[in-house]
Design a protein around this ligand. Structure first.
Ligand code: E4P
Length: 217
């Protein structure tokens, strides 16, 4: 399973990338706002750090404008995936831009039928939002499972990019279900390394080691 990092924080991306933990990056208008940076500048900088797909989202609502914005974003670097919302205009944009050879990430997906449409429109990635479904007492992981089954039934090549990941358990469950990619904030990726028994065990080993009076270096 590939790990994308869900942020426009260049420092956080570089740190995780140095560890080999970043197969790609996803951004959205809220993350650009949080970064305080210009979208074109920060996206270009991210594309210089990460060789995998970097999603940059259009903000127009009509297909013609979305297509123009998508072409401009795609011109930033060859590894840009143009991110479009799962609306009818977004699907039109997906069809046109994927036909021109660009990677397209269809975002804000909350149902299996939406995911089916995105695959038929030629999406490279579909982004079902798990956490936001959980927030309204629906099961985001059920959606990942449904999309996996549907895509496998018909051999769709669109990759399932599980998004709105809030916990380490979301990552594990997505891996078990067979999502192709998870995109998670840096804090969640770092949290994958934590276990209370690791901390406890290390504390015990350090205490016993001190009692030996030995040194390795
Ligand atoms: C995905 O591409 C989105 O940027 C992101 O995962 C949304 O997550 P949120 O629901 O935590 O804002």
């Amino acid at each position: 399973m590939k790990f994308f990092v869900d942020t426009a924080d260049v420092q956080a991306i570089a740190e995780l990338n140095d560890l080999g933990m970043v197969d790609g990056v996803t951004t959205n208008p809220s993350l650009i706002l949080k970064s305080g940076r210009d979208i074109l500048e920060v996206t270009k900088e991210i594309c210089g750090i990460v060789s995998g797909p970097v999603s940059a989202e259009v903000v127009a609502l009509k297909a013609d404008e979305m297509i123009a914005e998508g072409r401009k974003l795609a011109a930033i670097a060859p590894n840009i995936a143009v991110k479009v919302p799962l609306t009818w205009d977004g699907l039109k944009t997906c069809k046109v831009l994927s036909g021109e050879g660009f990677m397209v990430n269809v975002t804000l997906c909350f149902s299996a039928n939406q995911a089916l449409l995105a695959a038929k429109a030629g999406a490279t990635f579909i982004s079902p939002f798990i956490g936001r479904l959980d927030d309204i007492n629906m099961d985001g992981l059920d959606l990942i499972g449904d999309i996996r089954t549907i895509y496998d039934n018909y051999d769709f090549k669109t990759q399932i990019l599980a998004a709105s990941i809030r916990t380490a358990n979301h990552v594990k469950d997505c891996a078990l279900i067979g999502a192709d990619v998870v995109t998670a904030p840096p804090s969640v990726i770092k949290a994958l390394a934590s276990h209370v028994l690791t901390d406890k065990g290390l504390e015990q080993f350090m205490a016993d080691w001190a009692k030996t009076g030995q040194k390795i270096l």
